[in-house]
Design a protein around this ligand. Sequence first.
Ligand code: LFR
Length: 480
Amino acid sequence: MTPRRSSFRTVHCAAVDLGATSGRVIVGTWANEKLTLTEVHRFPNAFQSLGAHDYWNVPGLWHEIQTGLRKAAAPFAPIASVGVDTWGVDYVLLDDAGRLVFPAHAYRDARTQAGLKRLAKSKADLAKIYAATGIPNVFYNSSLQLAETVASYPEVAKLATRCLFLPDYFNYLLSGRMENEFTIASTTQLLDVNSTGWSATALRHFGLPEKWFTPPVLAGTRLGKVTALPELAGTQVVVVPGHDTAAAYDAMPAAPDGNDLFLSSGTWSLVGFESDTPVLGPAALKARVANERIGDGRYRPLTNIIGFWLLEGVMKEFPDRPKAEEERAALNAAAAALPAPKLLLDTTDPVFSNPPSMRTAINAHLRARGATPPRDLAGYLRLICDSLGQGHANAKAAFEKMTGRKFNRFLVVGGGSRNKLMCQATADAAGIPVVSFSLEGTAVGNIASQLIALGAVKDKAAFRAALARTLESTTYTPRR
Ligand code: LFR
């Protein structure tokens, strides 16, 4: 048989993938229907406090992005395209010349608390906003953040002409074109759940100028060549799912029957699935189902569970925390050998969102429920993994009840997919197998969109099928 010509074509794409605690630039090389990843640059990320508020170091992030792309340029020349994804909801306000007119706040900043409570108090407003946007009332929503900015500084509406979410902003810095991307727009609580446009109801409710937003563009849109870096002058800037979770979901090597539940596991645990329709109504609102969107316009109803943020916080408070791989393995073994905790954490408790000390917050949460805090780091690790497993299982049960669907497997990608304790705890609590892939899901989904836009891969189904053929996975079967 003569191989198809396309299978001999080698294509290099660069993924800029920013998470709240680390960022990376990864080159994806597509050859013979196989994707190979090379991490060319990784850097820590953290929000920083100034006075009473928390901010992102946006110039620092841009510096790291440029450093990563420069490192990639020569070894992978020519790089056909570059795409950017970041965590959700955060944004910058700009004028027509592209200058920032307001500092970029981090979503864990407490400035949204008053707005959060106000909306929570009015059943009618809550239902109205949920019916309009399909997004529940959560402290980090861009809607609450923007509303706070406009209410505190009404003059900002005169200064700013544009709101760009972080992937949009980096796309702009790379290409010179300002566009709002669709999946990141769907994290804001400002997008219309029944169309691909902005929700006039939500914009009015939160007092936001419509002129700040333009109709969102879908994944695959080409923004033009890179103008920011001479080293990448021939490289296309391609719009990918700008929301890291949307990118991670795209990378799931899911069975075509649609019966897999997805878990993107990192700082947050995002449990959800793909759907042609949103999941709405009072039960969905109560279960905090966020009807975020897929790059192609469809839906990915999900719930956001606190994730390894709990462990990241606790680790900081143990100076003897493991640094090397063997130490990490020893800690995991010690945690696995412990008896199951008597009481698990309620992962929906808002006290964990940004406490000054995570260990103190966990201890107080346990004591208030009559339980004794763990003695050592292994104890916390065990408690956190089991609590996340239970949180994931609860999300599965709620989705099954609301949709009448039955999920056969949990597919896990992201940094947390390597955590055996959490994967096993999820399988045990949910009663279905957990299949974990050692996969940089967000970067892979980012690259998949670029390959499809470039015509190197037919569509997402073809990409997933190719990925499933080459990926290594570990299956955790329920033990009870
Ligand atoms: C994960 C993520 C989640 C979003 C949270 C805040 O990185 O993007 O999907 O809810 O960060 O933006």
